[in-house]
Design a protein around this ligand. Structure first.
Ligand SMILES: [Zn+2]
Length: 374
């Protein structure tokens, strides 16, 4: 392909048609039946895009995953491409916000995050395959639980990434159209406090008030924030107490934490793990779940991608994101990771979600160039 960009521009209508097919099939993460219909459609379509092997990985709780390979017998390490096909939009959202084109933008729930990403990589792979330009193995992993933190796919992602030369993540670009070379990590914690119940009228002095214990812990937890440095520690939910005339014996609270560096994630975890009761007899416990390590900027990776894109007349920019993605997992393993290679647009997770149509061929050219020349 002498002019990659011109090649994909000529394919723009076909790319839009495929995007229309994908957004027509709604795929809210927790609706397995619905997501599996989209999985079934893609399973059939992957062969048409040149995939030589297509495996469906059954999942009991979320939609099945798909793992497809191009050039499976090529020498060298494969490139792993990550794409999630679930969305945050409950069934029926498409009726409230129907797909339409306006002002060179394509609007539809799930279009930006990230069904356009699937279209971009499939079109790039088909073109490279048809023109015999693929000299390496490419593995495409399509997952269905990213929007709930990838609890089921994480192990599969890490197993596939372990032997990979490079991981490409087709999440949308930043709102300025930049590749994401750094992302915050995050972890959620549950704080539980046990006190001792007592009758609030007859013998309040016999109780240990879990709410009073919580109030003191809450201030200490709030003190862990370092917003200037990008670290946030937020108490996001709390419940406790049993009846209006009982000294409360139990409080449960949720804590959302985010940080740019692994060192900060560890500082927070140590502090939360080391909380001790302020009131004699109270019990304080903090348990971590749903951890995503930060994606720290990897030296030289963006520069190499930018150099490849420049050969095709495309200028790549880089940026950071406060949100996490599956790229956090591969980057934390030390696998070179390029994230935000998907469409440009805005309004992810809202009814105004849309992509800029011209970014489809542009990003397909970027992805094809990287797959061909990395
Ligand atoms: Zn996404």
């Amino acid at each position: 392909m002498t002019d990659l960009l011109a090649h994909f521009r000529a394919r723009k209508d076909g790319m839009l048609d495929l995007l229309g097919e994908l957004v027509r099939r709604e795929s809210f993460t927790v609706d397995k039946t619905q997501v599996d219909q989209l999985v079934g459609y893609l399973q059939g379509a992957l062969r048409l895009f040149g995939a030589q092997t297509v495996q469906r990985l059954p999942q009991p709780e979320v939609g099945d995953f798909l793992l497809a390979e191009w050039n499976p017998t090529a020498p060298g390490k494969p490139v792993l491409v990550l794409c999630h096909i679930d969305t945050v939009h409950p069934p029926g959202t498409l009726q409230k916000a129907p797909a339409h084109i306006e002002d060179h933008r394509f609007y539809a729930p799930g279009a930006l995050d990230m069904k356009a990403g699937a279209v971009i990589v499939l079109e790039a792979l088909r073109s490279l395959h048809n023109q015999n330009r693929l000299t390496r193995t490419v593995k495409l992993l399509m997952t269905t639980d990213e929007e709930i933190g990838s609890p089921h796919s994480r192990a599969v992602i890490e197993a596939e990434a372990a032997g990979a030369e490079l991981a490409l993540v087709l999440e949308p670009a930043t709102s300025e159209g930049a590749i994401k070379t750094a992302r915050k990590g995050g972890a959620k914690f549950t704080l539980t406090i046990e006190g001792r119940p007592a009758h609030a009228g007859i013998a309040p002095q016999l109780g240990i008030n879990a709410i009073i214990e919580f109030a003191q812990q809450a201030l200490e937890i709030n003190g862990l924030n370092d917003l200037k440095y990008g670290t946030s520690v937020s108490l996001t939910r709390v419940s406790g107490g049993s009846a209006g005339n009982v000294i409360p014996a139990h409080v449960e609270a949720h804590i959302d934490t985010r940080a740019i560096t692994n060192a900060e994630m560890q500082r927070i975890e140590r502090a939360l793990g080391g909380l001790y009761p302020k009131m004699p007899g109270a019990i304080v416990r903090c348990r971590r779940h749903g951890f995503r390590p930060p994606m720290e900027r990897q030296a030289g990776i963006f520069e190499r991608a930018a150099e490849i894109a420049a050969r095709h007349g495309i200028t790549l920019e880089e940026g950071a994101s406060g949100g996490g993605s599956d790229g956090n997992f591969t980057a934390a393993m030390g696998i070179p990771t390029l994230d935000g290679l998907g469409a440009h647009g805005d309004g992810a997770h809202t009814l105004q979600e849309h992509i800029i149509i011209d970014s489809l061929p542009r990003q397909a050219a970027v992805v094809a160039a990287i797959l061909q020349e990395w």
